[in-house]
Ligand binder design. Structure first.
Ligand code: SAH
Length: 283
């Protein structure tokens, strides 16, 4: 299918031997890949991919060797170092290397660290952004990360630090006070602490929240809940990572914008969930 998409030589970047392209694969749905990513898949000798990259996407590089670089326990930093040095070795062996990461490589993906290591070793790199799960995944759940009637800012937060704990360096009070909408990556493990920290910082217990699991894939599941109920509701639902947590009133927009539900025949639950009338009239 993708063979019919032309990438005329000279008009598209050429993945040359010895180069590493650090590329986002989007949140799951192969259709959310960029054309630069597809162009790279067509040319690579080696694709080093992470756990969240879908198999269909790898099938678009049948000529390449596929190397899985997901975490398999052990110290994350040691594993990360191994991956970066492996990329250096492959580049020095004259391979055309595609490093494919879930979502966007520079959003909570350690892409910055990998690219830095490559540059430090004199390896030429190109960066290809991707659609991040915190934006595209929420869009597939019918949740716009910004909406004029809800938020003028959005904060992307990680629920893990390097040690695997809730990030102690985060000022939850400042985050709670400063941003109307929070989009939390890797938040499932520590959802109790995260919910508690935000409640302690003054966010209301009935604030709308959503948990979007395996967003944009065939397994996508969405849980609508509130800040106070979120940990218990997740536990009761049996939902598993990967998941994006969204805290804020934009979650209400799912009542009108659950387009996947509508495709399946469900009518919108409420066409004016923010109670603002018709947006065009309110402008
Ligand atoms: N670079 C990635 C994020 C990597 S961190 C990006 O830009 O999307 C890994 C975390 O991303 C997961 O723990 C989860 O919180 C989130 N994530 C990635 N893909 C996801 C998906 N399909 N559905 C829900 N969450 C996802």
């Amino acid at each position: 299918m993708t063979d019919s998409i032309p990438f005329p030589r000279g008009q598209w970047p050429e993945l040359e031997p010895g180069w590493v392209w650090l590329c986002g694969a989007g949140p799951g749905d192969p259709g959310l890949l960029t054309l630069h990513a597809l162009n790279a898949l067509r040319q690579a000798d080696v694709v080093i991919y992470d756990a969240l990259v879908q198999k269909t996407i790898l099938d678009w590089a049948p000529q390449a060797e596929h190397i899985y670089a997901g975490k398999r326990g052990g110290k994350p930093s040691a594993v990360q170092r191994d991956i970066s040095l492996r990329l250096v070795d492959l580049s020095r062996a004259g391979k055309r290397v595609l490093r494919l990461k879930g979502g966007d490589p520079f959003v909570f993906g350690r892409g910055g660290e990998e690219a830095q290591t490559l540059v430090q070793h004199g390896v030429p790199v190109r960066i290809i952004p991707g659609i991040s799960a915190g934006i595209g995944g929420l869009a597939y759940a019918g949740i716009p990360v910004t909406h004029r009637d809800v938020n003028q800012s959005v904060t992307f937060v990680t629920g893990h630090d390097q040690s695997g704990n809730t990030p102690s360096s985060l000022n939850w009070k400042a985050i709670a006070d400063g941003s109307q909408v929070l989009v939390i990556y890797m938040g499932m493990k520590h959802v109790d602490q995260i919910s508690r920290a935000l409640l302690d910082a003054g966010r209301p217990g009935d604030e709308p929240c959503a948990v979007v699991c395996s967003a944009t894939t065939d397994q996508q599941q969405v849980l609508e809940t509130t800040l106070a109920r979120m940990p218990a509701d997740i536990a009761a639902s049996g939902l598993e990572p990967p998941a994006i947590l969204c805290v804020g009133r934009s979650v209400l927009m799912r009542q009108v914008l659950d387009w996947q539900g509508m495709m399946a025949g469900d009518p919108p639950r409420n066409t004016d969930p923010l109670g603002r009338g018709h947006p065009a009239e309110a402008s």
